[in-house]
Design a protein around this ligand. Structure first.
Ligand SMILES: Cc1cc(C(=O)N2CCN(C)CC2)sc1-c1cc(O)c2nc[nH]c(=O)c2c1
Ligand SMILES: [Mg+2]
Length: 214
């Protein structure tokens, strides 16, 4: 039967990237998605904004909501010090299988903990199961309708501390208007929009960076 898009993306990584070289993995995925087959990775343009926020926050603990094929997981992990921890949650087991292999090909498995399941179920278990006190950075890139409930859930679970940064992908396309309205109008956050484009296209999209004020 026909292969899946994530399987074709992994094949492109294994063919064109050097094992243990994360930058070559990122480049191979971007070339595949730009010239062969579009896929919903954060991409190179928004990826540079992601990189700059990760470098600025210099997080010890990161939560990524939505792994997909592991593209942003690799981008983030590459910028973290060796003792930092990146937990990434993926609901779709077929995506998780591919992401583990992409992350391994990039040589980043030490810093990454990929957990399969839904964010709504797993967020309340972060403290007990993973010994996390709070997250310095959360990258929301799973499903537009879960951004707001999961942000509130993280607040309720005490997973956000003063200065914790939420960075959300796709706030314009596909769009998460209720989340945007919340973080832009809540006294608990200071929010900033980084205008960009939907990965590998000219369509407008952007990242919203929101600092939790405690
Ligand atoms: C699946 C999809 C289709 C989009 C689109 O407008 N398209 C028109 C233009 N053509 C080229 C591509 C397709 S945008 C998008 C998407 C993009 C992300 O970054 C996502 N991140 C996390 N979770 C998502 O569900 C997610 C969906
Ligand atoms: Mg996205």
């Amino acid at each position: 039967t026909r292969s899946t898009r994530p399987q074709r993306l992994l094949a492109a990584v294994q063919k064109n990237a050097t094992r243990g070289d994360p930058r070559s993995v990122v480049k191979a995925i971007d070339e595949f998605c730009r010239y062969t087959e579009w896929a919903m990775n954060v991409g190179d343009e928004k990826g540079c904004i992601l990189d700059s926020v990760v470098s600025e926050v210099n997080p010890a603990t990161v939560l990524e909501l939505g792994t997909y094929c592991g593209y942003s997981t690799v981008r983030i992990a590459t910028l973290l010090p060796p003792d930092a921890k990146l937990i990434t949650l993926e609901f779709n087991p077929d995506f998780a299988v591919i992401a583990r292999q992409v992350i391994a090909w990039a040589g980043q498995e030490e810093k990454v903990h990929l957990v399969e399941g839904s964010s709504g179920d797993l967020i309340p278990k972060m403290k007990e199961q993973f010994g996390v006190k709070s997250f310095d950075l959360v990258f929301l890139d799973h499903w537009k309708d879960r951004y707001l409930p999961d942000a509130k859930l993280m607040e309720e679970c005490g997973l956000l501390g003063k200065g914790s940064v939420l960075l959300a992908d796709n706030v314009i396309c596909p769009g998460s208007p209720d989340y945007l309205d919340y973080v832009r109008n809540s006294p608990k956050y200071r929010s900033q929009y980084f205008k960009s484009h939907l990965e590998y296209t000219k369509v407008e999209d952007g990242l919203e960076k929101s600092v939790f004020l405690g």
